[in-house]
Ligand binder design. Structure first.
Ligand code: TGC
Ligand code: FAD
Length: 394
């Protein structure tokens, strides 16, 4: 312990110098995505949010940047590390949770099951077009009466000659009304199976859910399947049971635990800048102890959230990450991000209720992120089961 401490004050945002823990390649990718968000998302996101518009024109660009299915190998996918995928999610969600959501659904919930559980023909047919952004996918697991408990789903699939016939309704489906293809999870004789359903198949329809106050720049839909007939080889052959969709959720939850840090960082940066500029009682509001406490709590949240994400990402890259540890990250970082967003909103005062600043938009978005991909309560119970050995879901 003879080394002296560094005399420089740490960076106000990357206070723990977590950047130093990234490789040059990881920093380069992160900076590329950060620039994409700064150029294409940030200038327009308030308008998209206000008008409830998803920027479909960005999908091809995300494909060109290699962001779609980026952690998968082959079939036109970039084949990056898990950490690189996570860092991209952080930057995309700093722009808006809707943009990260799109990427999660496309890569982790639609491309991943085809890549992991599909035949070679299915991979060749769907993955390259999805990686480039020509084909958009959605993931139908949740139903109106089966949210946290997807095992109670009622959507059914039965074999009729050499065709599957699907019936049922899926609810709250991201990308539903803009998707070219849907992964539909349905009950067959006794077990849950996954099906690749082109959305122009007769009997398939999607209804956009209106009047959302959260994730307004993302499309969320109800999917209706009425005697939808698809070929017998449209089933994902290499998985049966709930572990099929739950394996996909592990992938997407991993992206979220990184993504939430981006939303939190955006809120913190905005509050910090504002607090240094805004004067009341003759001095910047950043000079008040109560404001400094808020800023410090936000900074700690962002930095510890990033450290946690990076730790879990490194574990994933070395093959030692468990699903329960993903739950730990999703629960902790989304809760942190929501706290940071609410605190940032308060620092911004009245200005904080407008879309001129990002805090209230992130705050509203994060209410969805808190609920989807396993609610805060479900992840608490997953952790409870992990430490006690007792399942308390029902
Ligand atoms: P349980 O009996 O515990 O397990 C059934 C089978 O699944 C296996 N399993 C897993 N496999 C892989 N990964 C995991 N994380 C797994 N968890 C469990 C398990 O081993 C078992 O396998 P087997 O071979 O014995 O059959 O299942 P359960 O019915 O008691 O439910 C457990 C529970 C509650 C944790 C699970 O159902 C759950 O996670 N519920 C939350 C549902 C959820 O997260 N839905 C998300 C829908 S998609 C979405 O929200 C997209 S948002 C997209 C965006 O815009 O970003
Ligand atoms: P419920 O399961 O009804 O839960 C309501 C409340 O009860 C929650 O607080 C919950 O934590 C609590 N609760 C439930 N069970 C328990 C328990 N055992 N113990 C204690 N508390 C419990 N789904 C998809 O399949 N694909 C998608 O693309 C998709 N995108 C989405 C996009 C958005 C914007 C939103 C909001 C949702 C999306 N979902 C999607 C659905 C999402 O996964 C579900 O909303 C989520 O799983 C929770 O289900 P639920 O809303 O039915 O709530």
């Amino acid at each position: 312990m003879t080394e002296r401490l560094k005399p420089e004050t740490p960076d106000p945002v990357d206070f723990l110098a977590i950047d130093d823990l990234l490789t040059g390649e990881e920093r380069m990718l992160r900076d590329t995505v950060r620039k994409f968000v700064a150029d294409k998302v940030t200038p327009n996101i308030a308008e998209w949010f206000e008008n409830a518009t998803f920027p479909a024109e960005l999908v091809r660009e995300m494909g060109d940047l290699g962001l779609l299915g980026m952690h998968l190998e082959g079939y036109g996918c970039a084949g990056t590390s898990a950490v690189a995928y996570g860092l991209a999610c952080t930057e995309l969600e700093a722009g808006d949770s809707a943009i990260r959501s799109f990427t999660s659904v496309q890569g982790s919930l639609v491309m991943y099951p085809i890549w992991e559980f599909g035949t070679e023909e299915q991979k060749q047919q769907w993955l390259p077009g999805m990686a480039s952004g020509e084909i958009i996918g959605c993931f139908g697991l949740t139903e109106a009466d089966s949210g946290s408990d997807p095992g109670s789903m009622r959507t059914s699939a039965r074999l009729d000659g050499d065709e599957w016939v699907l019936n049922g309704t899926k609810m709250w489906i991201t990308n539903g009304s803009i998707a070219d293809v849907a992964i539909i999870w349905a009950i067959t004789e006794g077990d849950i199976r996954g099906f690749i359903v082109p959305t122009d198949t007769p009997g398939f329809s999607a209804n956009k859910i209106e009047q959302k106050i959260s994730l307004r720049a993302s499309v969320t839909s109800e999917l209706v399947l009425e005697d939808v007939r698809i070929p017998h080889d449209a089933v994902l052959p290499n998985v049966t049971g709930l572990k099929g969709p739950l394996s996909c959720l592990n992938e997407a939850r991993f992206g979220i635990l990184f993504g939430a840090v981006g939303a939190a960082r955006s809120c913190y940066e905005s509050a910090l800048t504002y607090a240094k500029d805004r004067e009341q009682f003759g001095k910047p509001i950043a000079a008040f102890q109560l404001t400094q406490r808020k800023l410090v709590e936000m900074m700690i949240g962002v930095n510890t959230g990033m450290l946690l994400a990076l730790h879990l990402g490194r574990k994933r890259d070395e093959g030692s990450l468990s699903a329960e540890q993903v739950s730990y990250g999703k629960l902790t970082n989304v809760r942190m991000a929501l706290d940071v967003a609410r605190e940032a909103r308060s620092v911004l005062g009245a200005s904080g209720i407008t879309l001129e600043y990002p805090a209230i938009r992130h705050m509203n978005n994060l209410e969805s992120v808190y609920t989807y991909e396993g609610t805060n309560e479900i992840h608490t119970l997953i952790l409870g089961q992990a430490i006690t050995g007792i399942a308390a879901f029902s």
